[in-house]
Design a protein around this ligand. Structure first.
Ligand code: NAD
Length: 432
């Protein structure tokens, strides 16, 4: 089948290359010419384990191609996946759908034969209806079908998640589209993925409801961790004890910093905003958003306390600055709040991240990128383990930190407290 992915970011590129690997002809389109030029030269612009190898393989065997020409790519394809961004609006909390509607307008003038137009981007309830209206202005309704097929992949595990998803959700009541999409996804269904065919609006809402639920789980355990800190209980025991209940499950029950990333913060806001629009109050999700916002400040205050409120000229090391491990994505990472706040109070910050230096910190006073963990730790007063990369899981602090007065604040509970304390360091973690 001939597929066109519009938007070659985390979702468009990963799903495009995986579809190509499954034997389809895929063209990945982006308006960012630099990104497309890089991809044509074999350079993958994002960090995602295994992606470069898969892009190279499928580009070489000509099943995968890249273009900036949206109209021609749409004309040449049967199935069009819209994979552009849906960030939060600058003012307010609803989703900014301008990228989606701009693409819909462009597609509209390129419908030369029957096309299935799919939103793989996370879009609020009724967006599919709006896209249909846009396309109907220039085209007979028989010439296209608008489907919602939300993507559930996680950055850092994206290829595995795409090939072995728990479920594929397809929202459409068009028989022809449903038959074609079931056939497109049949290699994943035969590997065990559940296939749910539902209404378009339900598919749109399933994605938001899932993300809001996962954000709630994280926030819940983070609040339980606060209680543990006050009562001398180990939150890890609570996570295990709760997770063993099959109705609850152990995933997304690990206490840590505020949730971040390109999805949970914007999607929790968007679903509450959509619900408000329909005069329905999602009070649970609203309080999750509030609690998560407070969490970054709460951990920041903890850092101030750990340093005895004397921040000026304190040397602080951040290990990891992305919102989670195995990605270079900085969107809504809690480091974006903590590092500038500490710099403002006069701290000198060095950070190491396996995915390199970050432009987000380039203009912030006294914030420096270190090329190795070792350099980042030199002369440090406080080491903050911010992201759970494997690279940070067996650091020999005893050898690397000569000064035993260094404090370690492990925001991911990677280390066993007694083990680090026995090495002579002051050690803090989350909820224990
Ligand atoms: N990142 C994730 O882990 C993830 C997971 C599931 C769903 N999603 C959803 O998928 C969507 C895309 O997310 P992402 O992280 O891949 O975004 P992204 O920012 O990485 O990529 C979006 C791409 O779309 C391109 N684009 C924008 N307008 C365009 C146009 N008119 N023509 C061509 N290209 C255009 C941009 O240049 C960019 O490269 C969002 O709705 C997001 O919520 C993301």
């Amino acid at each position: 089948m001939k597929l066109c992915m519009i938007g070659t970011g985390y979702v468009g590129l990963v799903s495009g290359v995986c579809f190509a690997d499954l034997g389809n002809d895929v063209i990945c389109v982006d308006k960012d010419t630099k990104k497309i030029d890089q991809l044509i030269k074999g350079k993958v612009p994002i960090y995602e384990p295994g992606l470069t190898e898969l892009v190279t393989k499928n580009y070489k065997n000509k099943r995968l191609n890249f273009s900036t020409n949206l109209k021609k790519s749409v004309k040449d394809s049967d199935i069009i996946f819209i994979c552009v961004g849906t960030p939060t609006k600058k003012h307010g909390s609803s989703a900014d759908l301008s990228q989606i509607y701009n693409v819909a307008k462009e597609i509209s003038s390129s419908i030369n034969k029957f096309k299935i137009i799919i939103t793989k981007s996370t879009v609020p309830l009724t967006t599919g209806d709006e896209i249909e209206k846009i396309l109907s202005k220039k085209n007979n309704k028989k010439k296209f079908s608008v489907v919602s097929n939300p993507e559930f992949l996680r950055e850092g595990e994206a290829i595995r998640d795409f090939i072995y998803p728990d479920r594929v959700v397809v929202g459409s009541n068009n028989k022809k589209s449903n038959r074609i999409l079931k056939s497109l996804y049949s290699p994943l269904i035969s590997k065990g993925a559940s296939y749910l065919q539902t209404s378009r609006r339900a598919a749109e809402l399933i994605k938001y409801a899932s993300n809001a639920f996962l954000a709630t789980k994280i926030t819940f355990i983070n609040e339980i961790a606060n209680l543990c800190e006050k009562t001398g209980v180990n939150v890890e025991d609570i996570s295990i004890g709760m997770g063993l209940d099959k109705r609850i499950g152990s995933r997304f029950l690990r206490a840590g910093p505020a949730y971040g990333g390109s999805c949970f913060p914007k999607d929790t806001k968007a679903i509450t905003s959509t619900a408000d629009k329909f005069k329905s109050n999602l009070s649970v999700v609203k309080s999750v958003i509030k609690s998560n916002k407070n969490r970054s400040n709460l951990l920041l205050n903890r850092v101030y306390e750990i340093l005895g409120k004397r921040i000026k000229n304190k040397k602080i090391t951040f290990l990891g600055v992305t919102f989670k491990a195995n990605t270079d994505d900085m969107r809504d990472s809690s480091s974006l709040l903590m590092i500038p706040a500490l710099s403002k109070k006069g701290a000198i910050i060095k950070y190491f991240d396996p995915t390199g230096s970050k432009k987000e910190f380039s203009n912030i006073k006294n914030v420096y990128y270190s090329k190795t963990i070792k350099y980042s730790l030199e002369d440090s007063d406080l080491v903050i383990i911010h992201t759970e990369w494997n690279d940070f899981k067996s650091i020999n602090f005893k050898n690397l930190l000569k000064n035993k007065k260094v404090i370690i604040y492990d925001m991911r509970n990677i280390y066993t407290p007694t083990k680090i304390k026995n090495q002579g360091f002051k050690y803090y973690s989350i909820g224990r």
